[in-house]
Design a protein around this ligand. Structure first.
Ligand SMILES: NC(=O)c1ccc[n+]([C@@H]2O[C@H](COP(=O)([O-])OP(=O)(O)OC[C@H]3O[C@@H](n4cnc5c(N)ncnc54)[C@H](O)[C@@H]3O)[C@@H](O)[C@H]2O)c1
Length: 243
C-alpha cells in the first residue's frame, strides 16, 4: 500500500473528488482527516471509513479554523504528512456580470484557502522532516475559458502559488504539485449549466468526462513517495482539453 501510515488532510472531503480521494487514501493505508463545511456528509463518510478517518469542520477561508484542524490532526494521528487542498467553489459568470461579491467569494475559498492550507500544513510538516502538498487547480488554470474570469483567476493563482511553495519548501523536504482536472463527473459539474457539461465531453480529445476515482489515482501518486522527485509540477487530468 503506497500510503501506509501516512497522515493525510483532505479539504472539501465531504463529497465529490475530495470524498473519492479520502476513500483512496484509506484504501492505500493512510489515516485521513476529512475536512469540510458540510458537517453531516463529512461525518457520514468518516463513519464509513471507521478508525482510519475522522471528520473535522474546517472553513478553509478562516485562519483560526486551520489552526484548529492541524492541531486536531496532530493530536489524533500524531503528525500531518500530506495536505490535499481540494475545497473549491465555481459559478460561471461573464466579465460584465462578475460582481465584487462573486469574485471575492471565489478568491477566498479557492485562492486564500489554498494559501492558508499550505501555510499551516507546512509548519506542521517542518516539525517531522517533510511531506507532500497537492493543490487542486483546474483546466481553467491552464487555458482561457469564456465566462469564468473570477474562477480562472483563482485557479491560475493556485498553479502559481504551487511553484512558489515548491521552491520555498523544498529545503524542508516538502513537495508541492498542482493537479488540473478537466470536466469531472462530480457535484460541481452537475450544478453548472448544460453547455459546460456538454462541452467538457465534446471538446476534450478523449471525448468524455473524467471520474473522481481517476483524479484520486493521480492525487494519491503525487502524495506518495513514488513521486519523490516531482515538485512544482502541474499535471493535467482532462482528457486532453488543455492541449
Ligand atoms: N468537477 C469538475 O469538473 C472540476 C473541474 C476542475 C477543477 N475542479 C476542482 O476540483 C475541486 C473539487 O471539486 P468537486 O468537483 O469535487 O466539487 P464539489 O462541489 O463536489 O466539492 C467541493 C467541496 O468543497 C467544499 N467547500 C466549499 N467551500 C468550502 C470552505 N470554505 N471550506 C471547506 N470546504 C469547502 C464543499 O463543501 C464540497 O464538499 C475543486 O477545487 C474544483 O474547483 C473540479
Amino acid at each position: 500500500m503506497k500510503l501506509q501510515n501516512k497522515v493525510v488532510l483532505v479539504t472539501g472531503a465531504a463529497r465529490g473528488q475530495g470524498a473519492a480521494e479520502a476513500r483512496r487514501f484509506v484504501a492505500e493505508g493512510a489515516k485521513v482527516v476529512l475536512a469540510d463545511v458540510l458537517d453531516e456528509e463529512g461525518q457520514r463518510l468518516a463513519a464509513q471509513l471507521e478508525d482510519q478517518a475522522i471528520y473535522q469542520h474546517l472553513d478553509v477561508t478562516s485562519d483560526p479554523s486551520w489552526v484548529a484542524a492541524i492541531e486536531r490532526t496532530e493530536r489524533v494521528f500524531g503528525r500531518c504528512d500530506v495536505l490535499v487542498n481540494n475545497a473549491g467553489i465555481y459559478w460561471p459568470a461573464a466579465i460584465a456580470g462578475t460582481t465584487v461579491e462573486l469574485a471575492e467569494a471565489m478568491f477566498r475559498v479557492n485562492q486564500l484557502g489554498t494559501l492558508l492550507g499550505m501555510k499551516h500544513a507546512a509548519a506542521s510538516m517542518k516539525k517531522t522532516g517533510g511531506g507532500a502538498i497537492v493543490n487542486i487547480s483546474s483546466t481553467a488554470g491552464l487555458r482561457g475559458f469564456a465566462n469564468a474570469i473570477a474562477y480562472s483567476g483563482t485557479k491560475w493563482a493556485v498553479r502559481g502559488m504551487t511553484k512558489v511553495a515548491a521552491a520555498e519548501l523544498a529545503p524542508h523536504g516538502i513537495r508541492v504539485n498542482s493537479v488540473h482536472p478537466g470536466c469531472i463527473a462530480a457535484d460541481m459539474l452537475k450544478q453548472n449549466n448544460e453547455e459546460v457539461h456538454r462541452m467538457g465531453a465534446e471538446r476534450a480529445p478523449l471525448e468524455r468526462h473524467g471520474t473522481p476515482d481517476e483524479v484520486a489515482t493521480l492525487v494519491a501518486f503525487l502524495a506518495s513517495d513514488e513521486s519523490a522527485f516531482i515538485t512544482g509540477a502541474e499535471v493535467a487530468i482532462d482528457g486532453g482539453w488543455a492541449v
